[in-house]
Design a protein around this ligand. Sequence first.
Ligand SMILES: Cc1ncc(COP(=O)(O)O)c(C=O)c1O
Length: 426
Amino acid sequence: MTQGFDTTAIHAGTAPDPATGARQVPIYQTTSYVFRDTDHAARLFGLQEVGYIYSRLTNPTVGALQNRVAALEGGAGAVCCSSGHAAQIMALFPLMAPGRNIVASTRLYGGTVTQFSHTIRRFGWSAKFVDFDDLDALAAAIDGDTRAVFCESISNPGGYVTDIPAVAGITDAAGIPLIVDNTLATPYLCKPLGMGATLVVHSLTKYMTGNGTVTGGAVVDSGAFDWSASGKFPSLSDPEPAYHGLKFHETFGPAAFTFHSIAIGLRDLGMTMNPQGAHYTLMGIETLGLRMARHVENAQTVADWLENDPRVTAVTYAGLASSPWNATAQRLYPKGAGALFTFSVKGGYDAAVKLVGALKLFSHVANLGDARSLVIHSASTTHRQLTEAQQRAAGAAPDLLRLSIGIEDPADLIADLDQALAAAVA
Ligand SMILES: Cc1ncc(COP(=O)(O)O)c(C=O)c1O
């Protein structure tokens, strides 16, 4: 029987602790695990048996979280990482090689634009940025060296939504995996794997944990991509010298990407999530459905109020009828368009800066997806390293403020915005 979202969020990946019966997932705060004997140790190291060796690779608390995130996204497997940014590198690592490129959306978190524009070049990888609403431009940008296409389901900071099935149609035709960053939507609002994506990446730092306590990430694999068909993904299809010629895809089938990410990715890159963080995230996910429903309801209420205020000049929330993304949001994100968006005020940049200073309930921080409502000026912070053209393409123009709407009483959020607007806008 298929379980509902909230049941999966509470139960998937966990059972009472076999040693003690503990009902909540224990924090296995250990680096290593005693082998039964030398043969057991050798079999674990040779990937002939699955088990625990060393917590850089596997840990039972992190494993429980991996199973839960995979179940919520409808994936074959997941690997958790030390941050969302680590997850992005871990997702690309098995696919890429020097000289290969990715095609990425222009509408991304600024840190991701920077990671893809500059840092990945040091590995000999590169990125081409395209407006993903222009499907012809997307198809044209994919070339013989492209190994992945990357977008956010709901994008930071504008809250714009991506037509994932349309993008997946292009990547399917090209035989290239589609990676979707599902951080802002979470599997409660959107399940990209069910819409044709190959991999999902998460910053667990945001809504999945939900209270601003943990830095973490995850990569979820659909298990459906044929890594051997084209010869373009030798790390997964060809003999792996570090495991005596083992072929990951042939040996592990739908679990190939996840096994590779643990056995090679975590082993050699070491971007491991810690068990304490995994425990907090597991607890956060238990209330994901309840929180996301409230986040979305509050975001819609606040966006509606802002749009009707004469001191406000624009609101980008895709849940508003005025948004060019509203039809796509209603079709593909029926439970809501997330809880992050930008707005601008009369008086432009100067008034926006005053407004941030006048807010009392909203915290001025570089985070999103917290139970608390948050505000930031993206162009001078999260999207600061971008050129002004990149900022505008990403939806982070200099006069915009980004709001991450929390789960407080909406009347209090509106009252705070009202008094701050009064202080900032003449
Ligand atoms: C959409 C999105 N993806 C990825 C990241 C990076 O996640 P982390 O900060 O956990 O590395 C962020 C961070 O803000 C984000 O907003």
